[in-house]
Write a protein that binds this ligand. Sequence first.
Ligand code: GLN
Length: 192
Amino acid sequence: MPVKVGILGLQGAVEPHMKALTACGAEPRVVRLPDQIAAVDALIIPGGESTTMGILMERFGVKDALLRHAEQGKPMYGTCAGMILMAKEIEGSDQARLGLMDTRVARNSFGRQVDSFEAAVDVPAVGEEPFRAVFIRAPHVVSGGEGVEVLSVFQERIVLVRQGHLLASAFHPELTDDLRLHRYFLQIVNEL
Ligand code: GLN
C-alpha cells in the first residue's frame, strides 16, 4: 500500500512536494481540513510565510488535528516555514506555532541581500553526494535539545534536524530533482 502523505495546503507551494512524493511512489494529497489530516500516514508542512501559516492554522481550525497527528507518532516534515512552525522557540517572535520540536530557530538567517540561492549541502544520512538545496529566506536551527539529531550543517548553521518521527529542513528539497530527502522521510514512515 502506498504511503498516504498529506501536504498542508493553507498557504505556500504544495505542487512541487506533490510531484516529488509521487515520483517516490507515495500517494500525496493536499490537506486543509481536520478530517483530511486525520486520514494520512504522514504530513508535510511546506514553505511559505510562517506568520501567515500560523494564523491560518488557527483560523481554519486545523492546529489541533496537526498536533494530534504528531502526538500519535505519525511522521511530520517541515520545510523552511514548516521548520519554523514546528519549533518550540522562535527567536524574537511570539507568532503562532505548533511547537512540536525541541528546537530554537532564527528566521531569515542567510542575509537579506541574497533572498534565495541554491547550494550543495552535505547530508550524510542520505549519501555521500552533496544535496542540491534551495534556500529561500531560510531559517536555521540555533540550538536543539538532547533528542534532536543534527543531519546537516551549512555555513556553520544547522539546516536539517530530526527528532524521532519529526523532520525539519531550512531549505526546500522539493525544488530540485533530488528525491533523497523525500525518500528519507518515507523511510521514517515505514520504520514505524
Ligand atoms: N522567511 C519565511 C518565514 O519566516 C520562510 C520562507 C520559506 O518558507 N521559504 O516564514
